[in-house]
Design a protein around this ligand. Structure first.
Ligand code: SME
Length: 159
């Protein structure tokens, strides 16, 4: 397992994602426990991007339950179809929300969170978890985040 992450300073978001992917691969190598791997994955993302909140919610029956995360304390359970997370689960697609106040039914775990991206994790075409990333700035996520976060969570399923 790699011990330290090498985070590129003064580089574009895309370059940072690109350099992070092989390092996350190395972190997860040989470990099959998905909670351990989720924990290191969100720690690596937090360290690389200093996201306000980054973490997983795992599907348990008809709701999402809080799983490894980095950031302020958060809501523990989210119903199917509720909030950004429950909607991304229901729709089975990534949601980028530039202004959380403008998203009907957004669940405010923290009033400091301003924009958000939620990426579903699939196994056998079924959503088994979601990755949620929150920013304290408006409009902080775009297609680049969607592409690389999607690639990163695939490492989880393959590991
Ligand atoms: N804002 C999310 C809830 C999770 S927290 O942001 C960590 C939502 O609306 O689903």
């Amino acid at each position: 397992m790699a011990e330290d992450l090498h985070i590129l300073q003064n580089s574009s978001k895309e370059e940072r994602y690109k350099s992070l992917i092989p390092q996350i691969k190395a972190l997860l190598k040989g470990e099959t426990d998905s909670v351990a791997n989720m924990a290191n994955m969100v720690a690596a993302l937090k360290q690389a991007f200093n996201f306000f909140w980054v973490g997983f919610y795992i599907v348990r029956k008809n709701e999402l339950v809080l799983a490894p995360f980095q950031g302020p304390v958060a809501c523990t359970r989210i119903a199917y179809g509720r909030g950004v997370c429950g909607t991304a689960w229901q729709q089975g697609r990534t949601l980028i929300v530039p202004d959380v106040e403008a998203f009907p039914g957004h669940i405010a775990c923290s009033s400091l969170s301003k924009s958000e991206i939620v990426v579903p994790v699939f196994t056998n075409n079924e959503v088994i978890a979601i990755l949620d990333v929150d920013s304290n700035k408006l409009n902080d996520f775009d297609k680049v985040d969607e592409i690389y976060l999607t690639e990163i969570i695939k490492l989880l399923i393959l590991s």
